[in-house]
Design a protein around this ligand. Structure first.
Ligand code: NOJ
Ligand code: CA
Length: 527
């Protein structure tokens, strides 16, 4: 299919993820906010992205930094007001940027009115029926109803004083809704309309594969030595591992929800869109979320999970495009849940060179690309000291923490808070002392900086890639090299250790210095 100009805006969009706590702090309390985002929108326009996706800003006790929503129709005072949200949306539109908001339908906060009412009501009541309350097992019901684990570690069930248990696939403060109860679907249709009426262009749907659970709530069958489920482990099978038994994820009935939402969005003008966060087991199961009457896009986590290997990258390109048929592919390397890609690829100068090369490659692929705030500066994962960590996954288990990719963005200056806010002290997560050369101001206008590379790559994408056909032809330039042709564009990524010869053509974009050959850890676009 061609990238005709009649394609909806999202089909080839570059979307920039804003994590509100960590983007820009207008009022100086050390935590990012909506007026802060609005004040920095010109950075996104100058970068050349098409849209921003904003992680949750709704009323929330912030146990999972907003992925625990207490009121879907209001803004947490930490981030501002509804008027601030309106201003953010209006200003984005003036600058030609679309706005995607984050919708969290799998669970609410335990502070949501519905959950508070459920706790106050009796077992078997309509209030409890909006969540997944069950009696326990064992003679006195003192064992959880099944063996499921929370993605954040520990059991997925919490007992309430009258002896019943409720399901939480994430933190204890994030009770799962029961999507088999029609009240739940009706509530979310209202929420969609609330934000569509305010002018948002789309929704990123949190845990899109989780809303419906296998009705029996049977035990998960774990193979010998297999860790209990974590939504993200699904990606392992995407990378060639064995399929897992997952009665809590990716149930067929979930697709009815998205068919309904698609119909709601179609009533609105302006190509509103839905993008799924769905950690499914295979490219084929992911493709089911983007059938013509369901969502418009789904994050392609296989690309992000691939190791630094030409063979692995080529495998993901092939399986993605094959599984999707005519649906829109997406590509992503970093977000607020994973280790930043500079660090995943080894950190330091090598990690940075590889990250830049992977990004340049990604931006030539058909479909749309998602960027995460700070990657345009080449930021690395920060080793946040244990006493500062706040991720509930860390708090529950003391194992992994996602805090290291959530450290506030450095804008200017030579010491914390690097222009993140007006104050002088450290923001909510401390910034490293060596970020002076990684600020937006320090990289602005500096040839070869990562910021300038991103600007150049996004401009090149608009000018040279957007009009090319979607079809990708893989080329064989050796085992260590990912190479493909897309229309008049040839893209070569050298994942090996030695320089490789380049195909004929004019180099129109390069992730690092190139000569007659293509150095290790470098990618180019040729025409
Ligand atoms: C996925 C979000 O990206 C993550 O940050 C959050 O913790 C879980 N869903 C639970 O909402
Ligand atoms: Ca603030």
């Amino acid at each position: 299919m061609n990238a005709e100009s009649s394609a909806p805006w999202w089909r080839h969009a570059v979307v920039y993820q804003v994590y509100p706590r960590s983007f820009s702090d207008a009022n100086g309390d050390g935590i990012g906010d909506l007026p802060g985002i609005t004040s920095r929108l010109t950075h996104l326009r100058d970068l050349g992205v098409d849209a921003l996706w904003i992680s949750p800003f709704y009323t929330s006790p912030q146990h999972d930094h907003g992925y625990d929503v207490a009121d879907y129709r209001d803004i947490d005072p930490l981030f501002g007001t509804l008027a601030d949200a309106d201003e953010l949306i209006a200003r984005s539109h003036q600058l030609g940027l679309r706005v995607i908001v984050d919708l969290v339908p799998n669970h609410t906060s335990d502070q949501h009115d519905w959950f508070q009412a459920a706790l106050a009501a009796a077992p078997g009541s309509p209030e409890r029926a909006r969540y997944v309350f069950r009696d326990g097992r064992g003679p006195n019901g003192e064992e959880p109803p099944n063996n499921w684990s929370s993605v954040f570690g520990g059991p997925a069930w919490e007992r309430v004083p009258d002896g019943q248990w409720y399901l939480h696939l994430f933190d204890r403060t994030q009770p799962d809704l029961d999507w088999r109860n029609p009240e739940v679907g009706d509530m979310f249709e209202d929420v969609l309309r609330f934000w569509l009426d305010r002018g948002v262009d789309g929704f990123r749907v949190d845990v899109a594969h989780g809303l419906l659970k296998e009705e029996s709530l049977r035990d998960q069958i774990l193979a010998e030595g297999e860790e209990p489920t974590s939504g993200a482990s699904a990606g392992e099978s995407m990378m060639g591992g064995l399929p897992r038994d997952e009665p809590m994820w990716d149930q067929p009935e979930v697709h009815d929800v998205y068919r309904r939402w698609r119909r709601v969005l179609s009533e609105y003008d302006g190509d509103r869109m839905l993008v799924a966060e769905a950690w499914t087991q295979t490219a084929a199961s992911l493709a089911r979320y983007v059938r013509p009457d369901e969502m418009h896009q789904a994050f392609n986590f296989a690309w992000l999970l691939a190791p630094w290997s030409a063979e692995a990258f080529a495998g993901v390109v092939t399986s993605t495009l094959q599984a999707l048929d005519d649906a829109a592919p997406t590509w992503v390397l970093s977000n607020h849940d994973v280790v930043r890609h500079v660090t995943r690829y080894g950190g330091g100068p090598v990690g940075l060179a590889r990250a830049r090369a992977a990004t340049v490659t990604m931006l030539a692929l058909p479909g749309s690309a998602y960027l995460y705030q700070g990657e345009e500066l080449g930021l690395e994962e920060v080793d946040v000291a244990p006493e500062h960590r706040q991720d509930p996954a860390w708090v529950r288990t003391g194992r992994s923490s996602r805090d290291g990719c959530r450290v506030p963005i450095p804008w200017s200056g030579d010491r914390p808070p690097y222009g993140f806010g007006p104050g002088t002290g450290q923001p909510w997560l401390p910034q490293p002392s060596d970020w002076a050369r990684r600020t937006v101001a320090a990289e602005d206008g500096v040839a070869g900086s990562t910021l300038e590379l991103y600007r150049e790559a996004l401009a090149a994408r608009r000018k040279l890639a957007a009009a090319e056909p979607d079809a990708v032809e893989l080329l064989d330039l050796g085992a260590e090299v990912l190479a493909f042709r897309r229309g008049a564009l040839t893209v070569v990524l050298n994942c090996g250790e030695a320089p490789v010869p380049m195909p004929a053509g004019e180099v129109v974009l390069a992730s690092g210095p190139v000569a007659d050959t293509l150095p290790a850890d470098t990618a180019v676009w040729l025409r």
